[in-house]
Ligand binder design. Sequence first.
Ligand SMILES: [Zn+2]
Ligand SMILES: [Zn+2]
Length: 178
Amino acid sequence: MKFVTRATWGAKPPRHPLVHIDSTKGVTVHYEGVTIPKSLAEPENHTQCDDRVRAIQHDHLTETKEDYSDIAYNAVVCPHGFVFEGRGAHKKTGANGNKELNKARYAVMAMLGDKGLKEPTDAMLEGLRDAIEWLRHDGGAGKDINGHRDGVATDCPGDPLYTWVKNGAPRPGGHGTP
Ligand SMILES: [Zn+2]
Ligand SMILES: [Zn+2]
């Protein structure tokens, strides 16, 4: 796994202590759902990915309505397949829509748009799979994988990723654990 720790991407500390969680039923997959230039997926543009993660954390820390303690997701996966540590393992997410859903599953977000970059790259699918398996091994996540729209009325994680989730979130090459 191409893992980027909070220290490496320069995370700010949480605003409030994060809630410890022993285990979950599984993982909910999200997308960013904004306009993302297709060019972000070019290899040389990976240098922009940590800027985007810091910007997402900044948005969440300054979001007054939701009163997030930190970046809402447990992990963020970029088009190049890097897994950025968000809240991390054993931390309750703030992204799934309500308290019940936040306790039930971790949240992994793909840096994928609703305009521009809308189709996940193979590297991104590998990274999402890596993030899910990391949360299973290190966070006590159960086998369940769903999409944000399974819990609340939203387009998230977009049709291409949702189809992948419904197919069991396979690795693109068909290797490894299904
Ligand atoms: Zn979502
Ligand atoms: Zn990247």
